[in-house]
Design a protein around this ligand. Structure first.
Ligand code: SF4
Ligand code: FES
Length: 395
């Protein structure tokens, strides 16, 4: 029930509209700021009362169908799950990034759906099910192993948030998360085929751990975690045939074990459709999480430079020809030289930032089942190490 005070305020929606083949144009609409209204309600209000030509998608209005994805103030969101009451100033509504715009806020997601097909995101049992077969039971633990990955609603927000998907050929977060969902299913026997596809040029190794896919996911699927798990699985999948003599290569085993499969085969990367919207050179300035990512990546350069410096110290300590006392004195002199002191001073904040940014992203990369203990351990280890170093230096 709406109260009279709900109508007192208004909010401006600046909607980036686009006709097929035309240039994007921002059009402003003023709508009531009703506490109970989501962006989807406001879009429907505009269509019903102000401009019937506005085009957008939406269906269930409750975060289940995944059809109402848009960008609101630069962040991919579900229009039905984002409320006007949280808007500050004009709310900029745009179509999801990367996908071709069909009209206004409607984008074509064929490429992402093609990734699902290529990764065979469906159950591939070892033997075909026949009428009268007993049900294939699972224990609660077996269900827990993949359940959160099966919550994906195919809203494509993670694709829109992933810069790698926009910049390069990449199968994308949701499809890879769903591949991992079936790989972890105790009833499935098709993981080798999926790992072959996931390990290809446009697969998991394209992921540079930006982490925004997990941040924007409305269903808490954690695609970033799934991709890191798939990287490990893909690497061991490649190594296993080399170390297990006398066994058939995994790819062959997979095709025979799932010989009942009648689904489409994996298309090579070169056949993928590329009709993405261009990212632009300054793509990383668009979102705070992208900026954080770029800072983390740039601090890696100084981290590497400092590692080279420490290597140089090790060489000074170990290089022969001098007694150990002379070598220690030489290394200590180099360590406290004015240039080295400057390097320490510059490197320290960058190294701290680098470590902090990785620790910050850790919860996004760890499976929800046991993330808390892992995160505590990951934070505790460097803090204890730093305390030990400081205590050692002071004693
Ligand atoms: S993984 Fe999350 S963000 Fe990506 S499509 Fe599925 S529900 Fe949407
Ligand atoms: S309308 Fe179904 S998820 Fe938003």
């Amino acid at each position: 029930m709406m109260s009279a005070s709900d109508d007192e305020d208004t909010v401006v929606l600046r909607i980036v509209r686009c006709e097929p083949g035309g240039d994007p144009t921002a059009v402003e609409y003023t709508v009531p700021r009703r506490r109970s209204w989501s962006i989807l309600d406001a879009l429907q209000h505009i269509k019903d009362r102000i401009d019937p030509t506005l085009s957008f998608r939406g269906s269930c209005r409750m975060g289940i169908c995944g059809s109402c994805g848009v960008k609101a103030d630069g962040t991919p969101v579900l229009a039905c799950g984002t409320f006007l009451r949280d808007a500050r100033g004009p709310l900029v509504i745009e179509p999801l990034d990367h996908f071709p715009v069909e009209r206004d806020l409607i984008v074509g997601v064929d490429d992402a759906l093609g990734s699902l097909t290529q990764l065979q995101t469906y159950l591939r049992p070892a033997t075909p099910a026949r009428p009268g077969d007993p049900p294939r039971r699972q224990t609660p633990a077996q269900l827990r192993a993949y359940r959160h990955y099966s919550m994906c609603i195919n809203c494509m927000l993670c694709y829109s948030a992933c810069p790698q998907y926009g910049l390069d050929d990449f199968l994308g977060p949701a499809a890879l998360a769903l591949a991992q969902r079936y790989n972890l299913d105790s009833r499935d026997a098709g993981s080798a085929v999926r790992l072959e596809r996931a390990g290809a040029r446009d697969g998991v190794w394209r992921c540079t751990v930006v982490g925004t896919c997990t941040e924007v996911c409305p269903a808490k699927v954690q695609p970033a975690t799934a991709i890191q798990q798939l990287k490990v699985a893909s690497a061991t999948h490649g190594i296993r045939p080399l170390v297990s003599r006398g066994r058939a290569p995994l790819a062959d085993a997979s095709t025979s074990s799932a010989s009942d499969d009648t689904g489409p085969s994996s298309a090579p990367a070169s056949e993928r459709r590329r009709d993405h919207r261009a990212m632009g050179r300054l793509w990383w300035t668009r979102q705070r999480s992208y900026r954080r990512y770029m800072i983390r990546e740039s601090t890696a350069l100084l981290t590497a430079a400092y590692a080279v410096f420490l290597l140089y110290m090790a060489v000074l300590l170990c290089a022969g020809g001098l007694p150990i006392e002379a070598r220690v004195e030489r290394a200590t002199r180099a360590l406290v030289s004015p240039g080295a002191l400057l390097l320490h001073a510059i490197a320290l904040p960058f190294l701290a930032l680098h470590a902090f940014s990785w620790l910050r992203i850790a919860p996004l990369l760890l499976s929800s089942g046991h993330s808390r203990a892992w995160v505590v351990a990951m934070w505790a280890a460097p803090v204890l190490a730093a305390v030990a170093v400081v205590a050692g230096a002071l004693s």
